[in-house]
Design a protein around this ligand. Structure first.
Ligand SMILES: [Zn+2]
Length: 405
C-alpha cells in the first residue's frame, strides 16, 4: 500500500514533541522557539524527500517535488497551535500532505502539475489576536506593513517574531509563491458532525466566516440594598437579555448560523453591588450572507430595544465581519470522486471553524477534507483522531491529487 500509516505516525509523534506541555498536550504558539523547531523539522522532512523549499516573506513554507517552474498543486495546513492544544489540529494536514507526496512518488503516479506541501504561518489567533495571518498575507488580504506591526501581549510584533523565530533571513523572501494550480487542506473536523453521520471523511464545500463584536453595557453600579428594583440600571440583567436573545435569534434561522456570547466580564465583582458595566463578546458564524445578516441585524435591534427599555447605554464595537467562503466546485468534486473511487463513504459538509483554505480560496481553486475528531473536541489535549482515520483521509487526498494526471 503506497500510503503508509507507520510514516504518518512517526511524523505526528515527532511534531508532538515540539512544545509538548503534557502527555497529550502541545503549546506551540506561532513563531516561538517551539514553532521554530517544528518548522525546521518540517523543512528537514521536505528536503529528505527531495522537495524544493521556498519561504515567502511572511514565513509561509512551501515545498514542491520536481521542477517548480509552473503553478504547483499544493496541500497543507499549519504547524502552530493554541496554548494547551492537542496534537492534531493543523499538523494532520501537513503530515498527510507529506505522505501523499511519498506515496505518489513510490507508485509512480505523479500528476502533470508539480505537487507540494505548505505550512502557513500563525493560523491560530492565540498570539496576535487574529487568525490565519500567513494565508491572509499570501492572498493579499492584509497590507504587509499592517501585519508586520501587529503586537502580541508582550509588545513583540509579527515582524520582529518573524526575524527572530522564523529561523531564516526573510528580508529577500518572495512576496508569494507565484500562481497556485490548486490547494487541498485536510484537517480534523473539530466538531461532531462526522460522528453523528457515521462517516469517516467529510468533503467541505463552504467555510463559515466569523463576525465578531464587543458589546459594552454601561449600567450603573449601586447599593444592592438601598436601590429599589424600579430605579436600577443593572448592567448584568441587561446583558443577560442580550445573551438569551442572541441564542433565540440564531435558533430561529436554523442550522445555517451559530451564534455565541463569550467573555462576559462584569464590574464591579461584589456580592452587595448591582453590577454596572458588562463587556461581552459576540461571535456569529454562518455559510450564507443572508442568514448571517438576519442574526446580526436582529441582534442590533435587540441591543437598541434593551437599551431604550432599561435606559442603559449599550455600545457595539465591530471587530470583524468576514464573508463566508464557497470552495471551488471542481476541487470539491475531485475529493468526492476520490471517495467514490476508493469506496469510502463521505459526508458533504461545511466548516464552521476558520481555516487557511478560506484565504487560499481567493487566489487558487481550493477544497477541504475533514477527518473525524473524537467527541468533536479540539483546542484541547483530549483532541484525538485515530491513525486509521488519518490514513484513510490521506488515501482520499492522494487519490484526488492523482486525478490531476
Ligand atoms: Zn487548524
Amino acid at each position: 500500500m503506497p500510503v503508509q500509516p507507520a510514516r504518518i505516525e512517526r511524523d505526528l509523534n515527532a511534531f508532538a514533541q515540539f512544545g509538548r506541555s503534557g502527555p497529550t498536550a502541545v503549546t506551540r504558539l506561532a513563531l516561538t522557539p517551539e514553532d521554530r523547531a517544528a518548522r525546521a523539522h518540517f523543512i528537514e522532512l521536505c528536503r529528505a524527500e527531495g522537495l524544493e523549499v521556498r519561504i515567502d516573506r511572511f514565513g509561509n513554507i512551501a515545498a514542491v517535488l520536481g521542477e517548480w517552474d509552473r503553478p504547483a498543486l499544493l496541500m497543507g495546513s499549519h504547524l502552530d497551535s493554541v496554548p494547551n492544544a492537542g496534537r492534531f489540529d493543523g499538523v494532520v494536514g501537513v503530515v498527510a500532505a507529506l505522505e501523499v507526496i511519498r506515496a505518489l512518488k513510490e507508485d509512480g503516479q505523479l500528476p502533470r502539475v508539480p505537487v507540494g506541501v505548505v505550512n502557513f504561518t500563525s493560523e491560530e489567533s492565540s498570539r496576535w489576536g487574529r487568525a490565519t495571518l500567513g494565508s491572509k498575507a499570501l492572498a493579499g488580504v492584509i497590507p504587509e506593513d499592517e501585519l508586520m506591526a501587529y503586537a502580541d501581549r508582550d509588545g513583540i510584533t509579527f515582524g520582529q517574531a518573524l526575524q527572530e523565530n522564523a529561523g531564516y533571513d526573510l528580508v529577500d523572501g518572495p512576496r508569494d509563491f507565484g500562481p497556485i494550480a490548486g490547494f487541498f487542506e485536510m484537517h480534523i473536523e473539530q466538531g461532531p458532525e462526522l460522528l453523528y453521520a457515521e462517516k469517516p471523511v467529510g468533503v467541505v464545500s463552504h467555510i463559515a466566516a466569523p463576525s465578531r463584536y464587543k458589546v459594552f453595557v454601561k449600567g450603573t453600579a449601586a447599593h444592592s440594598g438601598a436601590t429599589l428594583m424600579g430605579r436600577r440600571k443593572d448592567g448584568l440583567v441587561a446583558a443577560s437579555e442580550l445573551v438569551l436573545g442572541l441564542e433565540r435569534l440564531a435558533k430561529e434561522v436554523g442550522d445555517a448560523v451559530v451564534a455565541t456570547a463569550t467573555i462576559f466580564s462584569v464590574k464591579p465583582v461584589s456580592i452587595n453591588v448591582i453590577p454596572g458595566e458588562v463587556e461581552l463578546g459576540v461571535d456569529i458564524r454562518g455559510i450564507e450572507k443572508e442568514s448571517i445578516g438576519r442574526v446580526t441585524d436582529g441582534f442590533r435591534k435587540l441591543v437598541a430595544d434593551v437599551s431604550a427599555r432599561r435606559g442603559i447605554e449599550i455600545e457595539i464595537e465591530t471587530l470583524s465581519e468576514e464573508a463566508p467562503v464557497t470552495l471551488d466546485a471542481g476541487m470539491v468534486e475531485r475529493l468526492c470522486q476520490a471517495c467514490e473511487q476508493k469506496g469510502i463513504p463521505y459526508l458533504r459538509t461545511v466548516s464552521r471553524a476558520g481555516h487557511d483554505a478560506m484565504y487560499v480560496a481567493r487566489i487558487a481553486p481550493t477544497a477541504m477534507l475533514f477527518v473525524p475528531s473524537k467527541d468533536g473536541l479540539s483546542h484541547n489535549p483530549a483532541e484525538f483522531t485515530s491513525l486509521e482515520e488519518i490514513a484513510l483521509g490521506t488515501e482520499v487526498l492522494a487519490e484526488a491529487v492523482r486525478s490531476f494526471r
